[in-house]
Write a new protein. Sequence first.
Length: 474
Amino acid sequence: MFKKLFCYTFIVIIGLFFSTFLYASEEKVGLDKRKELSVAIYNTNLALVKDKRKVSLVSGVNDLAFIDVSAQIRPETALLQGKGIKVLEQNFNFDLLSPESLLLKYLGKEIEVISTNPATGVEKLEKATVLSTEGGIVLRIGDRIETGFVGRYIFPDIPDNLRDRPTLVLKLYSSKKENTDIELGYLTGGLSWQADYVAELDSGEKFLRLNGWVTLTNTSGVSYDDALVQLVAGSVNVVEPQVRGMYMAKNVALAESSATDMIGGAKEESFMDYHLYTLRDKTSILSNQTKQVSLFSTPQVLVNKEYRLDNPFMVYKNLKAREYERRNPVVFIKFNNKEGSGLGIPLPSGIFRVYKEDNSGQLLFVGEDSIKHTPKNEEVKIKLGEAFDITVKGKAIDYRQLSDKTYEASFEVLLKNAKDSDVEVSIYQDLPNGWKITSENIKSIKENANQVLWKIKVPKAGESKLQVKIFVAN
């Protein structure tokens, strides 16, 4: 009786031991088990992926193959979350299945090869040993060594450590047997976004119809289907080559952020010291794809047009009378990013492209410029190009040396306008330390300690002239 009880107890203990500590066979956690996917994309070729999938766990140690993660995953940032689990080990298998990798895995091992007789078309099957893959394939076939073999290779199987898709292999401990959800989060390269702005200038050049687009680019090696996409605007500090701990941001600070419904396809909110844009609808970003989604749309933004020219003349000691090169002022359109001007939303950095209809109603491209991240209530200035019909030419008229440290110089600036409408040209002039304007025919505006501005009206098909005398003591 005692022996039977002892044997029964021993069998129960052994069974419990093996059920708890022996490894379960590897479970493949594929896309068919995905429940939710979200991707937060930064401006700097960086994204945070959160992928929730359904798994069946045994009590004890489990081996999971999390298939179809990004090929550019940063494994050191991976974080698996789920109730009652503890991650023991994780490995990213970036050695993907290919003819080259398969041959390399069979180095020193036996495979089969098929060659075809070119004269008869008869195929011949032989056993071969892979001797080398460096600089070409070297095979031992029977009692001969062959290079440059022409034919087909037959492999008995795919090695366990060679995957056909990017896979993160996880070894974890589960406190009980259950079907549950786990979420894998990680940082990856290969995903980026950029804002693109398409603006149409009205015929009077007073208003813009503005559409903001997000251009998403995916070179990470996998697709992200039906994902919640968030875009983070701002300069996030990243330590290269390793990035650690950023996943811990997860869903933080959203409770503290102030959300704004944008006019078009995204919701904007302040997020820590950045701005977060959440696309209203889930979207799919396919592998090796560039796609555009709407960020916002606004029908009318109040703008100003500026013709600007910097430094039509130079002020320096021992100046000689001279004429400066004729130049064309640069054309800018400017607007204040505020609600009163028809906008008033944070604008991510991107390319701003402007179009306008010609007299026949055809839309033509008139220029583009890049903008930096621009918060609300800041000015946006877009450089379009140079004005063809407006010219500016400066000329040094007189120079007098008054002492070793003082001198006086006179200048003239001629502005011509061949357009059929009046224009105003802004002349910005840099001046040396100790400057003073002693006379001018058009009143200047002091921009800063060493710069002045003249706003000069030039009539249609006419000209205007600026005359100025400057005293310098330095």
